[in-house]
Design a binder for this molecule. Structure first.
Ligand SMILES: Nc1nc2c(ncn2[C@@H]2O[C@H](COP(=O)(O)OP(=O)(O)OP(=O)(O)O)[C@@H](O)[C@H]2O)c(=O)[nH]1
Ligand SMILES: [Mg+2]
Length: 473
């Protein structure tokens, strides 16, 4: 557990239970949002929910619920300038209640904000009366919904995607992750920009006939193009490294965020990757060899986790981070079996992995964290998932068993071969000890005769190397 400051800012969750969403699912979604908000550093103090047929187009919630929410925040409870310009109030109210209200009618005319989407550090005054610092809404919000909700409550509003993007922004460490997050944030912000009517200094650089909004959008497009170019360079470098590893058996750990991928990575490889009881602790892909080493060497990759309703732009920008999974010879799907919603989390993971085209490799399901379950629960899971491996990433024996399973899996693909390595190429023998299982080794007049169990692709590469340097080739 990470250290927590004594006085964390507080947050209120808002969710609408739409038709077709059961009570359990609704509660699970909100519990997950609470974990996301907690990861952002807020303490969740209240949850305001409502059953509705649709989200209110203006402020998500209905009038009464909005008042209830505003009482918690010390806000007005209505959108200050929600004065219909053309329609009469009663008609507006009817339309609003039926979820049909026209967004723009609720927009303030004297809009004084900067047209930026409320994604980070939006300046909503924070007073000392423990006014919440954030309202997190468990749905995708349109720009005017967020804006109106802020006006009615006086508190910064983020939708689910905004919360996730903010966590990614804070957790990004590598240049690649930072670029990918920036790309996703710009894709999120761009359609949410709106004309501000701002004047003066912001007009600099504006083309003839170009409005403020067009200028902002153009700047974003330019920056996105620049980021894509930078990312391409990063990816070329990665492809290069991957080519270098080609033929080496690789197992990819994939799964929902917090399933325990990095913990298992540590246990299998002895590496010091970050493990934290947080959502999206890992954003980069790490590749390490199994330790103690297997022969041939087996690589393990740990990567970014998934979540329900993962923003599409985020998946798109993290696609190459997930490339390791696409090239792996074995996919281990990790779930936190102690989480009652793990079945759905498993389904989400399979779906995203399918979307990025990584489902060709054989897969195994790993029910992790079974140390938190009792024997009856484990037995039930054995019946439900007879093929799955039950384990705890924190248990040495479990990890050793999994290691043996991985080694045996790649062992099936090995073929036996005999190679004669001439003396001038003696370095190849040492290489074979890393890349194959050496069964026997005999020194002869012409060189070293080695019997190996080896991956077919690696065998081809070694044979080609031997042929190209043999006399007369
Ligand atoms: N009890 C128990 N806790 C575990 C187990 N495996 C992992 N954990 C804990 O679960 C939390 C998340 O573990 P991580 O390994 O960071 O999970 P992850 O899948 O890498 O998560 P992200 O990188 O955030 O997507 C940490 O607090 C771990 O200590 C396990 O088998 N049993
Ligand atoms: Mg991790």
């Amino acid at each position: 557990m990470s250290e927590r400051p004594a006085h964390r800012p507080t947050a209120i969750l808002v969710g609408v239970q739409l038709p077709g969403v059961g009570d359990a699912e609704h509660a699970a979604d909100l519990a997950e949002l609470a974990r996301l908000v907690d990861t952002l550093g807020y303490e969740v103090t209240d949850t305001v929910t409502q059953r509705r047929d649709t989200l209110s187009k203006s402020v998500v919630l209905g009038e009464g619920k909005l008042k209830e929410l505003a009482e918690l925040t010390g806000g007005k409870g209505y959108v200050p300038s929600a004065v219909p310009v053309k329609k009469d109030k009663a008609r507006m109210r009817r339309a609003e209640e039926s979820g049909e209200a026209d967004d723009d009618e609720f927009e303030a005319a004297d809009d004084d904000d900067d047209g930026q989407v409320p994604i980070v550090g939006r300046d909503v005054p924070e007073d000392s009366k423990r006014r919440p610092g954030l309202i997190a809404v468990d749905h995708e919000l349109g720009p005017s919904q967020a804006r109106n909700l802020e006006k009615a409550t006086g508190v910064q509003v983020l939708d689910r995607t905004g919360v996730i993007l903010e966590i990614f922004h804070r957790h990004a460490r590598s240049r690649e992750a930072k670029l990918q997050v920036e790309l996703a944030r710009l894709a999120y912000v761009s359609p949410r920009l709106r004309e501000t009517g701002a004047r003066g200094e912001r007009q600099a650089g504006r083309g003839a006939g170009e409005t403020e909004l067009e200028l902002d959008r153009r700047r974003i497009r330019d920056r996105m193009a620049e980021i894509r170019r930078e990312l391409e360079a990063v990816h070329r470098e990665q492809d290069h490294r991957r080519e270098h590893r080609a033929g080496q058996p690789t197992v990819a750990l994939v799964g929902y965020t917090n399933a325990g991928k990095s913990s298992l990575m540590r246990a299998l490889t002895g590496s010091q990757v970050l493990v934290a009881d947080q959502l999206f602790a890992t954003l980069d892909t790490t590749i390490r060899a199994l330790h103690p080493e297997a022969h041939p060497r087996i690589l393990v990759s740990d990567t970014v986790g998934f979540i329900k309703k993962l923003p599409h732009d985020l998946v798109a920008s993290f696609r190459s981070t997930l490339d390791e999974a696409r090239h792996a010879g074995l996919l281990l799907f990790l779930v936190d079996a102690s989480d009652p919603t793990f079945r759905e989390q498993y389904a989400v993971t399979r779906e995203v992995i399918g979307e990025i085209g990584a489902m060709q490799a054989p897969t195994r399901l790993i029910l992790n964290k079974v140390d938190r379950l009792d024997e009856t629960q484990r037995e039930e899971l054995r019946r439900e998932f007879p093929e799955a491996i039950q384990m705890s990433a924190l248990d040495k024996d479990d990890v050793a068993r999994l290691r043996a399973t991985i080694v045996a899996f790649f062992g099936q693909a090995l073929v036996e071969a005999e190679l004669l390595v001439p003396w001038p190429q003696h370095a190849l023998v040492a290489q074979l000890h890393g890349e194959a299982q050496v069964l026997s080794e005999a020194h002869e007049e012409a060189g070293t005769r080695v019997r190996v169990r080896i991956e077919p692709d690696t065998l081809k590469r070694v044979q080609a190397a031997l042929a190209s340097s043999s006399p007369g080739a």
